[in-house]
Ligand binder design. Structure first.
Ligand SMILES: CC/C=C\C/C=C\CCCC/C=C/C(=O)SCCNC(=O)CCNC(=O)[C@H](O)C(C)(C)COP(=O)(O)OP(=O)(O)OC[C@H]1O[C@@H](n2cnc3c(N)ncnc32)[C@H](O)[C@@H]1OP(=O)(O)O
Length: 308
């Protein structure tokens, strides 16, 4: 059961009952829009493996490895598949926690697929944004323990995935993590911002978001954007050690505590999902935004300087 649902339970007889049920029904409507997409995604991607799941039911946790080459960019189909998997974890009685990592060397996730924002039709844009909202709500609002084992670069949407987890361990190395949206000429959505504030505090977020700062792993540790660094070869072992520690905490007390810390941030988006999607569509259709995205895409496609 997700944090949102348990919040409804805890407050069932309280004065917030009507407001929360209205939030829940809005959420359910938005989720049902995705049902057809889910079917399409599972049909279309039956032959592709965009992530691996390694479940250790004896120990009570799973490892989810993102595997969508070349850079684990998040497009509609990938997000839809991920949402189905996150739901499976949430419903599992055996799985208490999930280690989220990537099978692609040096890349955790390059964030949102920029092609989902560039010259995109309104329908697709709206489905994409709804799926992304759902991923965040499921991850940030999960009752399970999520530990991010960040094995490489983790900009923008990749950073959002990481900070939606409960604990972050990052590989030592020349990797970057952060919300760099301003460098693409776009503003980080309020729920990206709020998740960042909840992680590193208001002042650091204010600087980081305006500058589009990408932190090195050492810098990320210094501002608590990550909780621990590890040599690449030890990353998963360290994540498993941490998972065992979290799994040993009394479950209901931990879940209620997590829920109480995250409920307000989640409710803010849940109350305005449709308006948030409309803002995304309106914003990304602006000529100035399309121009910025085109320039950014071109800079990504430029031939890389040889290191030799
Ligand atoms: C309600 C809201 C209202 C208003 C808001 C409006 C707008 C919405 C805001 C949305 C917030 C946005 C969040 C995002 O996540 S945007 C994406 C940001 N990501 C990045 O900036 C990362 C870009 N990528 C990189 O920096 C590097 O690729 C990376 C990850 C360091 C890896 O480097 P390297 O190993 O050298 O790999 P390449 O750069 O050669 O990349 C390989 C290949 O992948 C393509 N690619 C990379 N990143 C992306 C991406 N994010 N989307 C799509 N494609 C990507 C790259 O172009 C290369 O392609 P090629 O064809 O040349 O092989």
């Amino acid at each position: 059961m997700s944090i949102i649902k348990s919040a409804f339970r805890v407050l069932r007889f309280g004065s917030a009952k009507n407001q929360l049920f209205s939030l829940e029904s809005k959420t359910c409507r938005a989720f049902s829009v995705c049902n057809k997409l889910r079917q399409d995604a599972s049909d279309a991607n039956a032959s592709k493996i965009n992530f691996y799941v390694d479940e250790n039911k004896e120990k009570g946790y799973a490892i989810l490895k993102l595997n969508k080459g070349p850079v684990n960019s998040l497009n509609l189909e990938f997000l839809t598949e991920l949402n189905i998997q996150l739901e499976k974890f949430e419903e599992s009685k055996e799985i208490k926690g999930v280690i989220l990592t990537s099978s692609i060397p040096n890349i955790f996730s390059a964030g949102l697929d920029i092609m989902e924002m560039y010259q995109i039709k309104q329908d697709r844009g709206s489905q994409f944004w709804t799926a992304l909202q759902e991923t965040w709500i499921k991850l940030y609002g999960s009752n399970k323990i999520y530990i991010a084992a960040i094995n490489g670069h983790s900009p923008a949407g990749g950073c959002l995935l990481s900070i939606s987890c409960d604990y972050r361990i990052m590989s030592k190395g020349p990797y970057k993590i952060g919300l760099n949206e301003t460098l693409l000429g776009i503003k980080a959505p309020f729920w990206f911002r709020d998740t960042m504030i909840n992680t590193i505090g208001y002042r650091e977020t204010e600087k980081a978001l305006q500058l589009g700062k990408l932190y090195s792993s050492e810098e990320a540790l210094a501002v608590n954007l990550v909780d621990e660094l590890a040599d690449s070869k030890d990353l998963i072992t360290k994540a498993e050690e941490q998972m065992s520690k979290w799994c040993a905490i009394p479950t209901v007390a931990r879940e209620l505590t997590k829920s109480s810390m995250r409920r307000d941030t989640l409710s803010k988006l849940i109350a305005q999902r449709e308006a948030d999607t409309q803002s995304f569509i309106e914003f990304t259709q602006r000529d100035s935004i399309q121009k910025s995205l085109r320039m950014y895409l071109e800079s990504l496609k430029k031939p890389k300087k040889s290191s030799a």
